[in-house]
Design a protein around this ligand. Structure first.
Ligand SMILES: *Cc1c(COP(=O)(O)O)cnc(C)c1O
Length: 427
């Protein structure tokens, strides 16, 4: 059930009218629905509870980069979530939000020594290592600190996720992970390094996947590697299948989380029963978009309507710096007027004020609108605010979270002086 819906012609989130939020906090503003976040996380948690025969040891590690606001992280942490991070900054956010570092896994191709030190000092659960040189560096840093680093290798299973090339990560030509053919030798290297403890394996093949077939294909390849490693006496204790399940932006019909997890756990059970006398393995997930994507909208106000010979433009106060996805991936977001109006609809491009032709949020949409109206850019909860920039010296948007009839400001709007506070002029 969507918590964004029209009630008597006005668009509401849970029990709150979006127009009231604009009145209190201005625009552009990101608005998140707490109920949607909880439901989306629970879809994973409940499916794990129902299907994981391993004493419910499965761990959902929310992908922090999809939306890293402290209120979002805190809410998910309280629900029991772990976190998948890709930088030291994200680890500090998780800790600031009250998250448990013992449930943090650290992904990313370019971890620095300082980031490794920070993560080791907080005793994170596991490093998802993406190359052999990274194994050597991590071993050295851990040794210097007198620590053991738990590692999992991110293998690249070379399956086609059939998604946008920019968000596909599991093909041979991608920069991510260790090539499938090289994985055995990389594991042997890891197992021989004194300050590393090999604990698991992971993969993440891409984002906005609508079908779980590529994920199950990746699972089969991962299972095959685990068996081959076991034959060499390298025992893995966890299997992390990554994130990547898509959401509905337009008319996409992504696989239901419960169906996907039921199929995944069934395969894992059959395999453990056949080959390991039923001894369990800990299963982990790294979902981002499917938890937060449809829990957020970007609220914006129409500044001007420009009616031209070939095109009409609705110039709004949100721009590519607030929501980069259309400019970057030609992503499609639904645009909904906050108030239903009895004026004829016209076809508009919804554009921002930034000085770039790529600064558009939506193209060729039939909208019944007037100057000064509010628009909601839907499904903007993931990779929205986290990808925002200050281009054109535009302060980043405010963020609010709605909980029923209550509205909480969870990030203040940036003011211009915030944007140049760290700069200085020559003496
Ligand atoms: C971005 C990312 C995710 C989350 O992907 P979604 O498509 O948002 O679920 C998970 N794991 C890794 C390693 C990532 O980089």
């Amino acid at each position: 059930m969507s918590h964004f819906s029209y009630q008597n012609g006005v668009l509401c989130v849970e029990n709150t009218a979006l127009a009231d939020i604009a009145g209190r906090f201005g625009t552009p503003t990101y608005i998140y629905s707490k109920a949607t976040l909880v439901e989306n996380y629970s879809a994973y948690a409940n499916a794990c509870k129902q299907n994981d025969r391993n004493h419910n040891s499965a761990l959902i590690c929310y992908s922090v980069k999809s939306n890293s606001n402290l209120a979002v992280l805190n809410l998910l942490g309280r629900l029991g979530s772990g976190f998948d991070i890709v930088s030291g900054g994200e680890l500090l956010r998780v800790i600031a939000a009250g998250g448990d570092p013992g449930k943090v896994i650290f992904s990313g191709v370019g971890k620095t020594r300082d980031e490794m030190k920070l993560a080791l000092s907080h005793d994170i659960l596991c490093f998802n290592v993406e190359s052999v040189p990274e194994l050597h560096r991590l071993n050295q840093v851990a040794g210097e600190m007198g620590k053991q680093a738990s590692v999992s290798l991110r293998v690249n299973p070379n399956v086609d996720a059939k998604t946008h090339p920019y968000i596909s990560t599991g093909l041979k030509e991608n920069k991510f992970g260790v090539a499938y053919e090289d994985a055995l030798s990389a594991y042997r290297t890891a197992a021989a390094l004194p300050h590393l403890t090999v604990t698991g394996i992971d993969c993440h093949i891409g984002s906005q996947l609508l079908d779980d077939a590529p994920l199950l294909e990746a699972l089969d390849k991962v299972i095959d590697l685990i068996d081959r490693l076991a034959a060499e006496n390298i025992q893995l204790h966890h299997l992390d299948i990554g994130g990547g399940i898509g959401i509905t932006y337009d008319d996409e019909r992504p696989v239901a989380i419960g169906d996907y997890l039921t199929r995944l756990f069934a395969r894992i059970d059959a395999w453990r029963t056949a080959k390991y006398q039923g001894t369990p393995i800990k299963v982990m997930f790294e979902p981002g978009r499917s938890i937060v994507g449809n829990a957020g909208v970007l609220l914006t106000e129409i500044q001007y309507l420009k009616h031209g010979a070939t095109k009409n433009f609705a110039v709004v106060d949100a721009a590519m710096n607030d929501l980069m996805r259309p400019a970057m991936y030609e992503a499609w977001h639904r645009v909904q007027p906050v108030m239903e109006r009895d004026v004829p609809a016209r076809t508009y491009d919804v554009v921002g004020p930034v000085c770039e032709s790529g600064d558009w949020l939506a193209r060729a949409r039939a909208l019944a609108i007037e100057q000064g109206d509010l628009l909601a850019i839907m499904s903007a909860g993931a990779y929205g605010m986290t990808m925002a920039s200050n281009y054109n010296t535009r302060g980043r948007a405010a963020e609010v979270m709605v909980d029923g009839g209550r509205v909480h400001l969870i990030r203040k709007r940036e003011a211009a002086h915030d944007l140049f506070a760290l700069e200085s002029i020559l003496p």
